[in-house]
Ligand binder design. Structure first.
Ligand code: MN
Ligand code: MN
Length: 465
């Protein structure tokens, strides 16, 4: 019997497309055997009878310490990864904005400093280009080599210094794709927004619902149309973050059929909430971009997720304090865009997806864990229960029922968008690299144990088989 060995016995494991009762042997940080291990022995044993055994969730869209709209997100590498762990997330990838005049390499060293002594789970970085100078473009191969092959740009937020013009996006994607990377885009048409916002505000339409009216689905569709044209012209590799438009979804489906390298994700909140939330008195809680949509579009997003046109689901965790959200109380356009959601994704996708018959159990695991790991260069180490993979494991009770609300969550905000939601299923234990880090209501791990995830992308998507 090896020291540091551990057996998880009798659970129902989701392994690829198979759901079956089996045992898992963990030695040190890795999964070393899966199957009927009745003969095996280990130092520690866990009885997982009646529980689901899932790979730890992977969240490739979070904003820690993010300076945005005159505020900064309250999740840092301790509070953010703590809430992540309670939500069954064992790997995150965070955005790091190039500061004005700063280098691209600095986006990585900045996060190394932020994570030092704080990160509780493994973490990676997506550099964000805000000033596409020649020097910055020359740095692209270096950050790819340093394990950050996915770079993000914004097609809007000119006032916040984030907007990058299409001609520059094309230059970036060519260099990045050559270097083995992928360009992530926040797809919203800036011209349309810059026309809509002043028009609404000057006519006194400043309540939260007008945030949605200022960015109707066409705003997203137009930006996605331009991305697809860029993909056609450059042969570049693109990833559309937080897709929330049915027409945009259809464009992505057609682009992939055409053989273009365009992949899209959606986020938890688009699947759970509709724009009706913006009509409430506390509607500023649900101001995010793209905005929440109507029920018809939400249904299409679920269908896109079932059918595979949407590859995966992330949280887009952007946790601003209530005080900061209040900047928008009389002016939707002054409200920092974002919803804290790093902790809620697995539970909501299980409860709203699997328990309601919208997602199969393997597809659920795929969209929250396997696909993000594969598409963002973390497989096979992360994202699946595989021999040799990191022992990042969630034990989940599919029969437990509970009510999600701020008191039951651990996110650092003093408010929650997820109040009084009936949830089916509950995380029981979370392991990260073989270490039990979450045991029911308790976190057993200390900040600083999380490691930098050096990522490398797999072969590019080349359209239909
Ligand atoms: Mn965004
Ligand atoms: Mn985001």
């Amino acid at each position: 019997m090896q020291t540091g060995s551990m057996l998880i016995r009798g659970g129902t494991a989701v392994v690829g497309h198979t759901v079956s009762r089996c045992d898992l042997l963990i030695q040190g940080e890795h999964i070393t055997a899966i199957g009927d291990l009745a003969e095996a022995e280990a130092e520690t044993e866990f009885d997982a009878d009646g529980l689901l055994v899932l790979p730890g969730a992977v969240d490739t869209h979070v904003h820690f310490n993010d300076v945005f709209m005159n505020t900064v997100s309250v999740h840092d590498y301790y509070t953010g990864t703590l809430a992540a762990a309670f939500g069954g997330v064992t790997s995150i990838v965070d955005f790091s904005n190039q500061v004005p005049g700063g280098s691209l390499a600095k986006t990585l060293s900045d996060k190394e400093e932020e994570a030092e002594g704080k990160a509780l789970i493994d973490w990676g970085v997506h550099p964000v280009i805000t000033e596409p100078t020649d020097e910055v473009l020359d740095e692209i191969p270096r950050v790819v080599d340093e394990g950050a092959p996915t770079i993000k740009c914004y097609m809007t937020y000119r006032e916040d210094g984030l907007l990058v013009e299409d001609e520059d996006l094309k230059r970036i994607v060519v260099r990045l794709t050559e270097a083995g990377g992928m360009l992530m885009l926040h797809a919203e048409d800036n011209d349309m927004i810059e026309e809509n916002v002043p028009r609404l505000v000057s006519s006194g339409k400043t309540a939260p619902i007008y945030h949605a009216r200022s960015k109707p689905p066409e705003v997203e569709t137009e930006a996605i149309r331009r991305i697809i044209q860029m993909a056609r012209e450059t042969g570049g590799r693109f990833f559309i973050v937080h897709l929330a438009s049915d027409e945009g979804l259809e464009l992505v489906r057609l682009a992939r059929e055409e053989g273009l390298d365009v992949t899209a994700e959606t986020c938890t909140h688009y699947l759970v909430f509709t724009e009706q939330m913006l009509e409430r008195e506390d509607g500023i809680k649900w101001i995010c971009s793209p905005p929440l949509r109507d029920r018809l579009i939400q249904d299409q997003l679920w269908k896109g997720l079932q059918g595979g046109s949407i590859a995966m689901v992330t949280s887009d965790d952007a946790a601003y304090s209530w005080q900061a959200k209040l900047h928008g109380i009389d002016r939707f356009d002054k409200c920092p865009n974002g919803i804290p959601g790093i902790e809620t994704r697995l539970h909501l996708l299980y409860s709203e997806g699997v328990a309601k018959g919208r997602l199969s159990l393997p597809r659920f695991v795929e969209v929250i864990s396997t696909a993000p790991a594969r598409l963002f260069g973390l497989a096979p180490r992360k994202g699946s229960l595989t021999m040799g993979a990191d022992a990042d494991i969630v034990l989940f009770d599919p029969e437990a029922r509970w009510t999600m609300s701020r008191e039951r969550l651990h996110m650092a905000t003093d408010w929650s968008a997820y109040e009084d939601i009936e949830i089916m299923g509950r995380i029981v234990k979370v392991f990260s690299r073989g270490e039990l880090i979450i045991d029911a209501d308790q976190c057993l791990a200390a900040g600083g144990r999380g490691r930098y995830l050096h990522r490398r992308l797999g072969p590019t998507f080349r359209g239909p088989k």
